[in-house]
Design a binder for this molecule. Sequence first.
Ligand code: IMP
Ligand code: MG
Length: 184
Amino acid sequence: MSSPVFVPASQCEILFTTDQIADRVVAIGRQITEEYKGQSIVLVGVLKGAAIFLADLARAIEVDNTFDFVAVSSYGKGKTTTGAVKLIKDLDVPIEGKHVILVEDILDTGLTLSYLRKLMLQHKPATLKIATCLDKPERRLVPIEADYVCFKIPNKFVIGYGMDYAEKYRNVPDIRLFPEDAGH
Ligand code: IMP
Ligand code: MG
């Protein structure tokens, strides 16, 4: 394996602009506001990738919402996964009887979210839904779909808006394509 190549974000092609992202987040926020009228929600973000999407989504939802975070073992330093998912940080607050929305950056193979969905269901929430910023349906290894998706994308590696390559680029405000020939 070669060591990661850090191309400047400015050299990566923009897939979704900040305006396009904001429009979709607002639309999903409205939909959630409508669907959960009169109720309160716990948003459970998957660290670290979902932190920025959750921050925007939480502010686009007009019904009461609190948030919590879980962390799982992830891709490590590159673009390939081991397939093994391990919980690194559990919930801080009980979710039993609560309306929970799991918030993720990308639904890719589905291994992470199916593991987390099973885990959340063990806590007996009143309802459990999934919101993801991006969905790569072509890559699915286990059958799982999100209830709220900002954008469906082809099988390309992306960075920005919370998403990283070897922990870098999470702060890039838009979503960009990471070049195929950079790193692994
Ligand atoms: P899954 O278990 O394969 O669905 O993994 C989803 C996780 O893989 C996401 O939460 C991301 O952390 C990571 N991931 C998948 N595709 C990308 C990508 O294109 N860029 C950055 N991270 C990705
Ligand atoms: Mg992630």
